[in-house]
Design a protein around this ligand. Structure first.
Ligand SMILES: [Mn+2]
Length: 380
């Protein structure tokens, strides 16, 4: 069996050209979500590799659902890929998916770490044939097989556990040994070194990892420290890169058809806005870049979700910053005013431009905030 690096190389240079040459009409892909965080990348690549371990005839192309140039901002992912000697050129991105969409009649996708196709790729994919995910179930694609949607800290744990049950033991262990650095990294980051949001499937997956002979990753404490500092390193990024580093778009659907559907771009950032103002020279500079981004991506509102450990106060903190476009400021501010669960308190605002809230509900990250705001928007 080829190692992970060889597998990826063969896909691009041998397997996909062979399908095209033989005029095969269907391509199978495994697609992570459009934030392309470590979990999504690890799940997509590992799932495809396990399929190959099951049968060399099974061609599944793992897609990282962002433009290729956006990967370098995810320094945690780059860290582990470097250790595996996998360069960006061996991976598959949204550009590749757009190509395959032209070359194949049908694109069937196993989607991992999400359970609804995101806007940017919806029109590129014919059908969803499998789902493994840990987000709230949108009840779509009832015929997907597998269709596993379970609460876990990390979706990577579900991928590991699924294949442990669906692959012969020796094949499973051989393949796991090769993709475990990806799965372990995702698991450690998603659970803060198995201390946070840990559920039974995570515990089960980490039992599998513990026996592997890859000390760089199975010494979990040191691996987590290195990954975390790589992930939080935002030095040298532009505001646009910072926004795109961990980013998702959402449509908020209104209660009545007279109201407007809102297109939100939502990014998670690891520093408070005060630090970002300093980092990008001034508050004005920073916000001007944000306005520019909102225009470029044609958003109704850009939302920044910051979170950090505040050493002065000795606690974890969150902020939520709304930057609505002209004419929608009142609508979005009203939405936040009707979201008591988030415990928002205004820190600073400039009418018709932005509001900076501190968010005292610390348990809600983007994964919970956005479905909640959707609920609120559909009732006001
Ligand atoms: Mn995830």
């Amino acid at each position: 069996m080829p190692n992970l690096q060889q597998f990826l190389k063969q896909l691009r240079t041998v397997e996909i050209p062979r399908l095209i040459k033989q005029s095969v009409s269907t391509l199978n892909i495994v697609c992570g979500n459009e934030s392309a965080d470590f979990d999504s990348v690890a799940c997509a690549i590992s799932y495809a590799y396990f399929e190959h371990a099951k049968s060399a005839q099974n061609v599944y192309v793992p897609i990282i659902n962002i433009p290729k140039e956006d990967l370098m901002m995810r320094r945690d992912i780059m860290f582990t890929l470097n250790k595996l000697d996998i360069s960006q050129d061996l991976l598959f991105f949204r550009e590749d998916l757009m190509e395959y969409n032209k070359q194949f009649n049908t694109i069937n996708a196993v989607i991992v770490d999400h359970n609804e196709l995101p806007k940017p790729t919806k029109q590129l994919i014919t059908d969803v044939i499998g789902i493994i995910d840990h987000h709230a179930d949108k009840q779509l694609y009832p015929n997907a097989n597998p269709r596993i949607i379970t609460v876990t800290g990390s979706c990577s744990s579900l991928v590991t556990n699924f294949w442990s049950k669906n692959l012969e033991s020796n094949k499973y262990h051989e393949a796991l040994n090769d993709c475990a650095p990806l799965l372990i990294s995702a698991g450690l980051l998603d659970t803060a070194n198995m201390k946070y949001k840990v559920e039974n499937p995570d515990v089960e997956a980490f039992k599998h990892y513990g026996d592997l002979n890859i000390p760089l990753f199975t010494q979990f404490d040191s691996a987590f420290r290195e990954l975390r500092s790589a992930k939080d390193n935002i030095d040298g990024l532009t505001v646009k890169q910072l926004i795109r580093k961990d980013y998702k778009e959402y449509d908020l659907i209104p209660k009545s058809l007279e109201s407007k559907k809102l297109n939100f771009g939502v990014t998670s950032i690891v520093e408070p806005v005060e630090e970002l103002f300093k980092r990008f020279n001034s508050k004005d500079n920073f916000f001007n870049s944000c306005y520019k981004y909102r225009e470029e991506y044609d958003l109704d509102c850009l939302v920044l979700l910051t979170s950090w450990n505040d050493p002065k106060e000795g606690r974890f903190r969150r902020e939520l910053i709304i930057i609505p476009k002209d004419g929608l400021y009142d609508t979005v501010e009203n939405l936040c005013n009707n979201a008591p669960k988030l415990e928002l308190k205004v820190l600073d605002k400039e009418s018709q431009k932005f509001v900076i809230y501190e968010q005292f509900d610390l348990s809600s990250s983007r994964k919970r905030i956005m479905p909640y705001l959707q609920d609120v928007y559909s009732t006001i």
